[in-house]
Design a binder for this molecule. Structure first.
Ligand code: CTP
Length: 441
């Protein structure tokens, strides 16, 4: 199983200069404005990749407190983490002049990341056993936890490990990875730790979704606003076993729903995606355009804002076969018909003051992208269109990051450079809040 992952790179300040000197004076004090990540490292070969995770988090402006298990230090030296992190590496419950370091670390953490997480660590954490500084910190903390498993495929697939992962996931622990790939000893299979960039991306997304620090964003500015978000790619049946689909994974729509909820909105998510439904959001699962149309139009009747982030089919098989089409019957001719355009329909049915937001996945950049977004905005009667160039690395389908241009009916054009889908969501919601304010709402 692959429990859910989260999203992408943030733009926070540096927590400390990139000095490699192991000198206590270069270690920043516990942060005031920034966020603190306790980075737990356990004893697996992937521990060397945790060094990269540490460096990237520090580069993103995060205060990183490394906690290494004894076995981790067999793979990577404590001094490496001490040099790169925001404070010296912690390796023991004992010594260091501090009686209860785990509760301090647990309280200080805005997020705990464990990379790599061995089967042993996952088992101890699931069972609530604290046998060293890292497990004690995990049990003491009330911060969100992101676990990045790494082990041999046989171990990852063992029912005991899978049960432990499921137990932790059910308690709200986040997971990223593992992936399929080359493992220690030249083996191939599931169990390879997720890429450091993906881990950092997931960590930053979790940090971004925490209640705001500082006055930069009023997280209650959508309090009581009813928002419908559609997400994912629709599937149009050809026969009971085949369908026409698209590359959308629903991550952007789900991130939008989470961000709107975090800002106080009452969110209904109509989703064709398999990714986890954010906490606090009520979701309706659909598959086809017809199902999505029915659900979105129904919920839109009472909504202040509708965001069509879903990749809705433009065409669908005219008459899906009731039974499976067999090869022996020859190559089937599939006749397509246009699917209803939900966004255009919403604009015809629009309630007074309702804000309509569309998305546009394009293969164009710069002025061309803006032109296409404007054309879509006008054709569909939306207030805002969020367009991206799917050819851009890291932007669009399947990624935890996106780069978009937000175009509005008043002529506004706002570029959002490559950011996490959570951050992109907030920028879209900032636009919605601004529009509503101009309408006196
Ligand atoms: N959309 C919709 N119903 C459809 C197709 C699209 O509501 N049948 C919505 C999408 O959710 C998105 C916006 O319309 O918010 C733009 O979708 P897109 O497919 O990019 O644009 P289209 O104009 O439908 O088509 P084209 O593929 O030709 O660009």
């Amino acid at each position: 199983m692959h429990p859910g992952t989260a999203a992408g790179p943030g733009t926070a300040r540096r927590a400390r200069p990139p000095s490699l000197a192991v000198c206590p004076s270069t270690h920043a004090e516990a942060p005031t404005g920034g966020r603190t990540v306790v980075l737990g490292v356990t004893g697996g070969i992937a521990a060397y990749k945790a060094v990269e995770v540490c460096r990237r988090l520090v580069d993103a402006g995060v205060h990183v407190a490394p906690v290494l298990t004894r076995d981790a230090t067999r793979f990577v030296g404590e001094v490496t983490f001490s040099a790169l992190a925001s404070e010296p590496a912690h390796t023991s419950l004992w010594g260091g002049g501090e009686v209860i370091p785990h509760t301090r670390l647990g309280r200080q953490a805005d997020l705990v990341v464990v990379a790599p997480a061995t089967a042993r660590l996952i088992g101890l954490y699931a069972a609530g056993i604290s046998s060293d500084l890292l497990t004690a910190t995990l049990i003491a903390t009330r911060a969100p936890v992101l676990v990045c498993p790494a082990m041999h495929g046989e171990m990852w697939e063992h029912p005991a490990v899978q049960d432990n992962v499921a137990r932790l996931a059910a308690r709200g622990v986040h997971f990223v990875g593992p992936e399929n790939g080359r493992l220690a000893g030249g083996d191939e299979g599931p169990g390879r730790m997720a890429d450091p960039a993906a881990i950092v991306s997931a960590a930053l997304a979790l940090l971004e979704n925490l209640p705001a620090v500082g006055p930069e964003r009023n997280r209650e500015d959508l309090a009581g606003v009813r928002i419908v978000v559609s997400a994912g790619g629709t599937r149009e049946p050809i026969d009971p076993v085949r369908f026409i689909a698209n590359r959308s994974t629903g991550k952007q729509g789900h991130a939008l729903a989470a961000a709107a909820h975090a800002r106080g909105a009452d969110v209904v998510l109509v989703t064709a995606a398999g990714v986890a439904v954010p906490a606090g959001v009520s979701a309706e699962h659909v598959e086809t355009v017809a199902e999505m149309e029915e659900a979105v139009v129904r919920h839109a009747q009472a909504a202040d804002v509708v965001v069509m982030a879903a990749a809705v089919a433009d065409f669908r098989p005219k008459t899906p076969h009731a039974e499976k089409i067999h090869k022996r019957d020859g190559v089937p001719e599939i006749v397509l018909e246009p699917a209803p355009d939900i966004l255009a329909e919403l604009s015809r049915l629009r309630r007074d003051g309702q804000v309509l937001v569309g998305f546009a996945a394009e293969t164009a950049g710069g002025d061309d992208l803006v032109e296409r977004a404007r054309a879509k905005l006008a054709a569909k009667g939306a207030d805002v269109v969020v367009a991206n160039d799917v050819r851009e690395p890291g932007a669009g389908f399947g990624h935890d990051t996106n780069a978009v241009v937000v175009v509005d009916a008043a002529g506004g054009v706002e570029w959002v450079p490559l950011s996490s889908k959570v951050e992109v969501s907030h920028r879209v919601l900032d636009k919605v809040v601004g529009l509503r304010a101009r309408r006196g709402m």
